[in-house]
Design a protein around this ligand. Structure first.
Ligand code: SAJ
Length: 407
């Protein structure tokens, strides 16, 4: 197995760590991406994304030349697809955009030979592996001459290095032999249980994990709105509720963002809209939360105006899609900030994880504390949990949308 050449297509948050771990396990790995800046950064032993601990590993993998980044698919024995699968929205219809996956398959097919293996890691609708197999067969390949399987990534951005090795994996091939060959391969670079199943179950497991979390967060977000009306502290409520041995409610917040949990449930819903009312409703509840936050902030603005006879300066703390990362993709906090900016308010933003934010008046914590009249905490970054900051906030007009006072 060790002499097999591996080609990892897509060198983002999942593909780059994957290519790196496989290379450092002794395989010869070609990493492929369309982003030429990323390719040269990686070949210099550096990284184009922020992930603690990854750069050292990439440096090692590229110094040994076990990992080389290219701009096109290289002839190999094992092909791993780690490209993005976003969703496209056409009026009310939300559908996964699988164009990057099938583009990768077209490029793999040019080099595919008998006995090769294709492993899909990108989050995909149920049935995608079978679809890819049939798509390749339609190009003239014999069924059974190549293996295809689905092995979803489960890592949490910010903890990828630890979770890549240790999180259990679900592996589903198009047949039992392929599944066990993929398992053999993963044993070289993981230290976890490898659970074998078929490709459709593996695909559904990925979507179910993220939908479960989305539904649970939607429950917490719905509770937070109810509690606000009832004058109940939702954080205390959830803390107390979770003392029940069989209850574990997640935390409410500004909304659900990022490129996984706020996207993947649609992969289930778009396929069976009539049978997925709960998952769809949860998605809508979470999508509505930033709008509720905006309305709530505006009610504080109005109260300030009638008390003080002037417009307040508003400080927003945190803009990323979750705490302690630099990623703004589908961030509910950004949605809130943009929505409020369109209302002609004087806004200062504090985002310790990002140096420059275009179009926003970014300041440091101390300036925000000193200058603003209303303080809204949107993301629970570590910096905002500092006891000195919290004690200053407590003396001011502040609103906590993510429970920073609770830890
Ligand atoms: N969030 C809450 N309340 C919570 C937990 C999270 O509002 O109690 C919000 C976050 O602030 C964020 C969003 O949900 O806006 C998503 O954050 P997350 O930490 O729940 O998840 P992701 O999107 O960073 O990573 C998820 C993980 N999936 C699960 O935990 C089931 C990760 O393991 C997956 O690998 C990843 O999706 C993925 O790539 O699919």
């Amino acid at each position: 197995m060790k002499n097999k050449k591996v080609c990892v297509i897509g060198l983002g948050y999942i593909g780059l760590p994957t290519a790196t771990f496989i290379a450092n396990a002794g395989f010869s790995v070609a990493g492929v991406d369309i982003n030429r800046d990323a390719i040269s950064t990686i070949n210099d032993g550096k990284i184009h994304i922020i992930e603690p601990g990854l750069e050292e590993l990439v440096f090692k993998a590229t110094s040994t030349k076990n990992l080389i980044a290219y701009d096109c698919v290289q002839p190999s024995d094992i092909y791993m697809i780690c490209v993005p699968t976003p969703f496209k929205k056409d009026s009310d219809l939300i559908e996964p955009d699988m164009s990057h996956v099938f583009d990768a398959v077209d490029k793999i097919a040019i080099h595919l030979k008998s006995g090769d293996l294709i492993i899909l890691e990108s989050t995909s609708p149920v049935g995608t592996s079978e679809k890819i197999e049939n798509y390749i067969i339609d190009k003239g390949f014999k069924r059974g001459s190549f293996g295809i399987g689905y092995c979803p990534e489960r890592v949490l951005p910010g903890k990828i290095i630890e979770e890549f090795i240790n999180n259990d994996r679900i592996i589903g091939g198009n047949n039992i032999e392929t599944t066990s060959t993929i398992c053999e391969f993963y044993k070289y670079f993981t230290d976890c249980n490898l659970h074998q199943t078929n490709s459709k179950t593996a695909e559904m497991s990925k979507l179910s994990e993220n939908s479960f979390r989305d539904v649970n967060i939607a429950f917490a977000n719905e509770l937070s709105i109810l509690c606000h009306e009832e004058g109940i502290d939702v954080w205390e409520l959830i803390r107390l509720t979770n003392h029940h041995p069989r209850v574990n409610v997640l935390q409410p917040g500004t909304g659900v963002g990022g490129h996984c949990i706020s996207v993947d449930p649609w992969f289930i819903v778009s396929k069976s809209p009539e049978k997925t009312k709960l998952i769809k409703t949860a998605r809508n509840v979470n999508d509505m939360k930033p709008k509720w936050v905006v309305d709530n902030i505006l009610s504080h603005v109005e109260a300030f105006k009638s008390k003080n006879g002037r417009d307040p300066i508003l400080a927003l703390y945190g803009l990323t899609f979750k705490p302690n990362i630099d990623d703004l993709r589908q961030s509910p906090a950004i949605e809130v900030a943009k929505d409020l900016s369109n209302k002609n308010l004087k806004i200062l933003v504090v985002e310790p994880n990002i140096e420059r934010i275009d179009g926003m008046n970014a300041v440091n914590l101390n300036i925000a504390i000193e200058k603003a009249d209303i303080h809204a905490v949107l993301v629970g970054h570590e910096e905002f949990k500092d006891p000195i900051f919290i004690s200053k906030l407590r003396e001011l007009n502040f609103i906590d949308y993510c429970g920073i006072l609770q830890d």
